[in-house]
Design a protein around this ligand. Structure first.
Ligand code: ZN
Length: 183
């Protein structure tokens, strides 16, 4: 049941991503399933990454951000605190245990960093199976916009043992914290 809801959220994220307007809903659903499966099965290397805490996330609409050069994860502690508070307000503690917002944010960024690696990217594209063109027997796979985001959420959910996808919390947070960004 909750897995179906998470899949609906995932499909909605893809549908709202530029380049997917007017795309067949069944295709979007297949991509969402493939991206979530790939993300939840990923085993990123444990590479130590520097975490920098900041407190200006709510104003900027950010929870965490990965920067590759030099590798650093910026964690916005004010947004994390607001998200934890929202978990309590919504009665979602059984899905998101205390402290899991921070853990999920770090896992999410770790997943993005992992998806940057060429061999992981290639594997991911193959899993999504979005064929850009065929050259004889060879298929060239295209990037699916938004799929990285779904894989990162799925990885965070699996790695942190969450009851629901962090996507649910992210959407709820966006609606309360940044109502002006709501479409
Ligand atoms: Zn992300």
């Amino acid at each position: 049941m909750s897995a179906d809801h998470d899949l609906d959220l995932a499909v909605r994220l893809l549908a709202g991503t530029p380049t997917h307007e007017g795309r067949d809903p069944l295709t979007l659903r297949q991509w969402a399933i493939a991206a979530e499966e790939f993300g939840s099965r990923m085993t990123p290397e444990e590479t130590p990454v520097r975490v920098v805490e900041r407190d200006d996330g709510l104003a900027a609409g950010l929870l965490a951000r990965y920067r590759s050069r030099p590798p650093v994860v910026e964690l916005y502690v004010d947004t994390v605190a607001r998200a934890e508070q929202l978990v309590v307000e919504r009665g979602w503690r059984h899905w998101y245990p205390e402290g899991s917002v921070r853990a999920a944010a770090l896992a999410h960024e770790q997943a993005h960093a992992w998806l940057h690696h060429a061999h992981v990217r290639a594997e991911f594209k193959r899993a999504l199976g979005h064929t850009a063109l065929r050259l004889g027997r060879r298929r060239v796979y295209a990037h699916v916009a938004g799929a990285d985001e779904l894989a990162a959420h799925a990885y965070a959910r699996a790695a942190c043992g969450l009851g629901r996808s962090p996507l649910l919390l992210t959407e709820a947070l966006a609606a309360v914290a940044y109502p002006e960004s709501e479409k």
